[in-house]
Design a protein around this ligand. Structure first.
Ligand SMILES: [Zn+2]
Length: 477
C-alpha cells in the first residue's frame, strides 16, 4: 500500500514536471543576459545586450551594464549567442492534404516552432486549419501564429480524392466562393490552377469588396501583367519567366510556371528564354509594389537537381514524414525523374530563376521566405532554413535574406507593429542562435531557444517537442 502511494506521488511529480516542460515557462519577466541582438529594424548587431521581456512583450534592452534585472525574473544566459525576431514561413501546408488525410496538425505545429518559426501562413485552407489557428490563439496548442489562406481557387479539379479547393468555372462561382471564404474566417484568397481570366477578374473584384488579399499562382489564362495590375501577391514567381519568351510565341506560349513544370513542351521553351528581358520584367514587378514568395528551394531541389534516394532518406527530417505519405511522394518524384527534361534546360531554368530573384532583391522588391513544405520531401520547419540558404546562394546579402523571413512578411501581413523586428513594445517572438547568421546563413539552424506566446523554450524543450512530433507522425502505418 505504502509502495503504491510512493509510486503515485512519483507519477504525480513526473506528470507535473513533464507538463511544465511541455508548457514552457510562463514567468512574467524573462531576462536574456549578455546576448548579441540582430534587431532586423536596420542592419546592425547590438553586442552584449540584456533584454527584458514582460508578459510576452519586449520591455527594454540595452548594454548589460545599463539594464537592471528585476527580482524574480527568469534569467537566460545569452553569452556569445545571437537573438533575432522569430521566423516566418509564408508558404506551408499540412500533411492533412496528402495521403490518408490524417489530422496531425498539432504535431506539425510543434515541428515548426522547434525550428524557429513563430508565424506561418498556410497556403491552402481547410476548416481543420481554422481549428488549428483557434487552438494556437487560445493557447490550447503550442505553435506559431497561423494565417490561413482559403481553399485554393481553381478553374477545374480533375483529380480523385478529397478536394481542398473551390471550383470556379464562371464568375458567379467566384463571387459566391470569395464571400463564403470571408464568412468562414480565412485570412486571404488563394488562387492556383486553370482559373480563366473573367473568373480571375471576379475573384479580384469581390475580394477587394470584402477586404481580402489575394495570394497564389498566376496561370496562363491570366498572365503576369494582369496579376500585377490586380496587385496579387505572387507565389513561385509564376508567369515571370514567360515574360522572357520571344515576342513571337509569348501570347500563345507557356514556359515553366504553374503546372507546366510537369510538361515536356513547356520545358522545350527554356532554351529560347531571353535574359535580356529581365530588366523590363523586374521594373514591372517593382512598379507594381507587390510581394513575391519565390519558393526557390522547392523548385531547385525537386525539379532541377534532385537528391538521390539515399541522400533523401538520410536527411534528418525524413523521419518526420508519415510513412504512408513517403510512399506517395516517391511515386511523384519517380514520375518526374523517370522522364526528366534535359540537364541543359534544367540548368538554364535554375540560372534564370536565380537571376530574376537576385535582380528583384537588388531593386528592392519585397521577397518573402516560403518553403512550400511538405511538398515532395520538404518538412515543415526544417525546410525554411533551406529556403534561406537558397536565397544566400544566389548572392543576396545575408541581411536581405533574413528580412525575407522577418520584417518583409510581417509588413505584408500588416502585423509589423507587433512582429518582425526586435523593438520595445513588440511581441517577444524570438529565436536564439548559437552562431551569427550574418556570417553564414546556415547558422539559422543553430537554434538553442525559441520564445513565442509568452513562453520560453530552451534546447531541451525544443528537442522534446520534435520527439513528440516524430512519434505522432510515424503512426500512419
Ligand atoms: Zn504550396
Amino acid at each position: 500500500m505504502r509502495k503504491n502511494k510512493i509510486q503515485l506521488i512519483y507519477l504525480f511529480l513526473l506528470f507535473i514536471s513533464t507538463s511544465f516542460l511541455f508548457a514552457g515557462s510562463p514567468i512574467n519577466i524573462i531576462a536574456i543576459i549578455d546576448v548579441n541582438i540582430i534587431p532586423m529594424s536596420k542592419e546592425e548587431v547590438l553586442l552584449n545586450q540584456t533584454i527584458l521581456i514582460e508578459n510576452g512583450k519586449i520591455k527594454q534592452f540595452g548594454k548589460v551594464t545599463d539594464i537592471k534585472i528585476p527580482q524574480g525574473s527568469q534569467v537566460i544566459d545569452g553569452k556569445g549567442k545571437y537573438l533575432l525576431p522569430g521566423f516566418f514561413d509564408m508558404h506551408a501546408h499540412f500533411f492533412y492534404e496528402q495521403g490518408e488525410n490524417r489530422n496531425t496538425c498539432e504535431a506539425e505545429l510543434k515541428m515548426m516552432l522547434a525550428n524557429g518559426l513563430t508565424t506561418v501562413r498556410i497556403e491552402c485552407g481547410d476548416s481543420v486549419y481554422l481549428v488549428a489557428r483557434k487552438n494556437v490563439n487560445e493557447n490550447k496548442w503550442l505553435g506559431p501564429q497561423l494565417f490561413v489562406s482559403s481553399p485554393q481557387f481553381v478553374g477545374n479539379w480533375p483529380w480523385p480524392g478529397k478536394m481542398f479547393a473551390e471550383i470556379c468555372k464562371e464568375p458567379k462561382d467566384a463571387i459566391a466562393a470569395v464571400r463564403k471564404c470571408k464568412q468562414e474566417g480565412y485570412d486571404e484568397i488563394k488562387i492556383t490552377f486553370m482559373v480563366k481570366r473573367d473568373v480571375y477578374d471576379a475573384i479580384i473584384k469581390t475580394a477587394k469588396e470584402v477586404g481580402m488579399k489575394i495570394t497564389g499562382h498566376v496561370g496562363p489564362f491570366v498572365k503576369l501583367p494582369a496579376a500585377l495590375e490586380a496587385k496579387q501577391q505572387i507565389e513561385h514567381m509564376d508567369e515571370f519567366i514567360e515574360m522572357l519568351l520571344p515576342d513571337t510565341i509569348y501570347n500563345h506560349g507557356q514556359s515553366v510556371s504553374d503546372m507546366n513544370i510537369w510538361e515536356k513542351e513547356a520545358w522545350a521553351t527554356v532554351p529560347y528564354l531571353d535574359e535580356n528581358k529581365i530588366p523590363t520584367l523586374v521594373k514591372m514587378v517593382k512598379q507594381a509594389g507587390i510581394y513575391v514568395t519565390p519558393t526557390n528551394y522547392f523548385f531547385f531541389s525537386s525539379f532541377v537537381d534532385s537528391l538521390t534516394k539515399e541522400e533523401c532518406m538520410r536527411k534528418p527530417d525524413y523521419a518526420f514524414i508519415p510513412p504512408k505519405i513517403r510512399e506517395t511522394r516517391w511515386k511523384v518524384r519517380d514520375y518526374y525523374w523517370k522522364n526528366a527534361p534535359p540537364k541543359s534546360s534544367r540548368e538554364k531554368y535554375f540560372q534564370i530563376k536565380s537571376k530574376i530573384t537576385y535582380e528583384l532583391a537588388k531593386v528592392g522588391v519585397k521577397l518573402m521566405a516560403g518553403s512550400d513544405s511538405p511538398e515532395w520531401f520538404l518538412v515543415q520547419g526544417f525546410s525554411i532554413h533551406n529556403e534561406l540558404e537558397a536565397f544566400a546562394k544566389i548572392g543576396m546579402s545575408l541581411f536581405e535574406v533574413l528580412e525575407t523571413a522577418t520584417i518583409n512578411p510581417a509588413t505584408y501581413l500588416g502585423i509589423n507593429k507587433t512582429k518582425g523586428t526586435i523593438d520595445i513594445g513588440k511581441d517577444a517572438d524570438l529565436i536564439l542562435l548559437e552562431k551569427n547568421p550574418l556570417e553564414n546563413i546556415s547558422n539559422t539552424k543553430s537554434i538553442c531557444g525559441v520564445m513565442a506566446g509568452n513562453k520560453w523554450f530552451d534546447k531541451g524543450h525544443l528537442k522534446l517537442m520534435l520527439n513528440e512530433a516524430k512519434s505522432e507522425l510515424s503512426k500512419s502505418n
